[in-house]
Ligand binder design. Structure first.
Ligand code: ACO
Length: 331
């Protein structure tokens, strides 16, 4: 009989660019104010990568910290998954990180599920561990959305920031740390939030034309995405809790994708989770897409708020549309 392995999350790390742009700075760029941004979103500043800043560097720094906390050598890593929508190279950036870390044995690939990328990556990584295929996986959520933000669109540009977070996942014969999950997608609502390739016909020879072009900046129907998140995120968390045989009261922490404080508050309220259990750091970083969950996790672990054995309900949501929840134990 196949012996299924348990999953232990044994390390975390994060990295953000040095440059911070506050809401007052944003109001010099577009017609907005600190008052509007902070009351409507909870965001006070965001970190932005400069022209030399690479996704590879942020992601590698976060991964190195996570490996150090887990006391794992890079050469012992079997797999690196990079959840991102903003690769340095469309062919994938994970291999560059593998080289940067010196993780010579590891296979590496990118995974794209926008702001749900970290949760989708966690569940993907878990399958390799469960089946006994791999023992040690580094999962990174990293995005440099500033590259693709329309800096003249006040409805979106105030929201996003750059950053990276990472965890180390290892197989264990002791208690399983991934308690339940649920992943969902709805491509019918894709047009609510896009960073789309726009091809123009380019004639080659005879009647053969191919499409060449570039990606268009982020476009979002904020109200639709807001409504979607507030309705679907509680549902998916409840489903994951059901699979974990846990009740809402047994969650120590609610760790949502850091998109908007009002979304966090509304989801927590719907689930009956008190404010003190809700992890939030978007005031400092804005919406860092796939990075937001591991970035916030790293902060609360390093500050000692989250303790070994704590049960965390994490949920991502965003473009695709995609959404998903994972209930896991820290260490
Ligand atoms: N400053 C000042 N005014 C603004 C700004 C701004 N930055 N942005 C919009 N406004 C104005 C609008 O023009 C509008 O004015 P009008 O009534 O005269 O037309 C008014 O404020 C209200 O706009 P709404 O869009 O209704 O504002 P809302 O309260 O919905 O907040 C927000 C907008 C913050 C975008 C919200 O809808 C939201 O958070 N949506 C969810 C976004 C999200 O969760 N994304 C997650 C996924 S991200 C990913 O996957 C990459």
């Amino acid at each position: 009989m196949v012996q299924l392995s348990g999953i232990a999350i044994t390390g975390c790390g994060s990295a953000v660019p040095n440059v911070a742009l506050g809401n007052d700075g944003m109001s010099r760029l577009v017609d907005t104010s600190d008052e509007w941004i902070s009351t409507r979103t909870g965001i006070r500043q965001r970190r932005l990568a400069d022209a030399q800043g690479s996704l590879r560097q942020l992601a590698s720094d976060a991964a190195r910290q996570a490996l150090e906390m887990a006391a794992v050598q890079a050469t012992d890593v079997d797999l690196i998954i990079l959840a991102t929508s903003t690769p340095d190279d469309l062919f994938g950036t994970a291999s560059q990180i593998q080289a940067e870390l010196g993780a010579t044995r590891a296979a590496a690939f990118d995974l794209t599920a926008a702001c749900s990328g970290f949760v989708f990556g966690l569940v993907t990584a878990a399958q390799f561990i469960r089946t006994g295929t791999y023992r040690t996986i580094v999962l990174i959520g990293a995005d440099v959305l500033s590259r693709w933000t329309d800096w003249s669109d006040r409805r979106t540009c105030v929201l996003f920031g750059d950053g990276a977070g990472a965890i180390v996942m290892q197989s264990t014969s002791e208690r399983d740390g991934l308690l339940g999950f649920e992943l969902r997608s709805d491509g019918n609502q894709n047009n609510c939030l896009t960073l789309a390739f726009q091809p123009q016909p380019h004639h080659l020879v005879d009647d053969i034309a191919i499409g060449q072009g570039s990606f268009q900046p982020i476009a979002m129907n904020g109200q639709e995405v807001y409504r979607f998140a507030v309705k679907k995120v509680p549902e998916v968390i409840e489903k994951a809790l059901f699979r974990a045989h846990l009740s809402v009261e047994q969650i120590d922490w609610l760790l949502l994708h850091q998109a908007n404080q009002r979304i966090l508050d509304a989801v927590a309220q719907r689930l009956g989770i008190p404010d003190e259990k809700v992890i939030s750091n978007m005031a400092q970083y804005g919406n860092t897409s796939a990075a937001s969950i591991p970035l916030a996790l790293d902060e609360v672990v390093r500050s000692g708020r989250v303790q070994p054995g704590d049960v965390i309900a994490a949920a991502g949501f965003g473009a695709g549309l995609t959404w998903g929840a994972a209930i896991f134990r820290w260490r």
